[in-house]
Write a new protein. Structure first.
Length: 277
């Protein structure tokens, strides 16, 4: 069984606070990486239609021997499939590729505000949720103004908003709005997509203080701040290392030093203008 504690989503569903992401992992490599992650103890796997690795992810899940009820599987609707009917078709395709009869969380990948289709898209997801084919539904990369419109025009408050979030982009306003609405905050690129963040002197000093790695310190910050985090790696030793963020505590001095690293600097696109399909 996984040692990762859960958070309770706004509909009562439990979601592991630390999961395994497969962004930019080719399908054949995803199968091996997900298998390694499941063997290490991860029980939450995050993929997406646009990643092109739902099939490899599904093969690893099927071969793992882990009971389905012990897993939490997330996938996401790609931008080209937004719209009510297209969403329903795309969801069927994702389920088939994953080899599953339901997912635990289904997300709209980007809001695409210039196209004005995310409300109709979400209404289709409400049907998927009502039919029991997704245990929870939510969004990704939505700004507070998108969430406010969505919650005003639909019936099911998103369970999760998955956003770029790391010590250089701490998203305080978004996190506050999520808390007000009862939406869980999930961090993509929780380690900042590369070595830069993990080489920051303050992070290294905290790691040395606790006898941990910089990555474990950053993931511990996410956990103690209440986020869900989905680090990605294809290196077996790092897959195992990233899971071990629960045997120590950051003190207030550590947390203050990390808060001071915020630069409001994105590594990915701005959701207000991103319009790629």
């Amino acid at each position: 069984m996984s040692k990762v504690p859960p958070i309770i989503l706004n509909n009562g569903v439990e979601m592991p606070q630390l999961g395994f992401g497969v962004w930019q992992v080719p399908d054949d490599e995803a199968e091996k990486a997900v298998a390694t992650a499941l063997e290490a103890g991860y029980r939450s796997i995050d993929t997406a239609a646009v990643y092109g690795n739902e099939e490899g992810t599904g093969r690893a899940i099927a071969a793992s021997g882990v009971p389905r009820e012990d897993l939490f599987v997330t996938t996401k609707l790609w931008n080209a499939d937004q719209g009510h009917d297209a969403t329903l078709r795309a969801f069927d395709t994702s389920l088939a590729k994953l080899g599953l009869d339901h997912v635990d969380l289904y997300l709209i990948h980007w809001p695409l505000p210039s196209r004005d289709t995310y409300v109709d898209t979400y209404k289709a997801m409400e049907k998927i949720y009502a039919d029991g084919r997704a245990r929870a539904i939510g969004v990704s990369n939505f700004l507070p103004e998108h969430l406010d419109r969505l919650t005003a025009e639909t019936d099911v408050i998103p369970a999760v908003n998955q956003i770029e979030l790391h010590p250089h982009l701490q998203q305080r306003a978004a996190r506050e709005r999520h808390a007000e609405l009862g939406i869980a905050t999930e961090a993509w690129s929780p380690l900042g997509q590369g070595k830069g963040l993990l080489e920051v002197p303050a992070i290294i000093a905290i790691a040395q203080k606790h006898g941990r790695t910089p990555a474990q310190v950053v993931l511990r910050w996410h956990v103690q701040t209440g986020h869900v985090a989905i680090p990605k790696s294809v290196t077996p030793s790092r897959i195992v290392e990233n899971l071990d963020a629960f045997g120590f505590e950051l003190d207030e001095e550590d947390l203050g030093a990390i808060r001071a690293l915020n630069e409001d600097r994105r590594l990915g696109p701005d959701p207000a203008t991103f319009d790629v399909v």
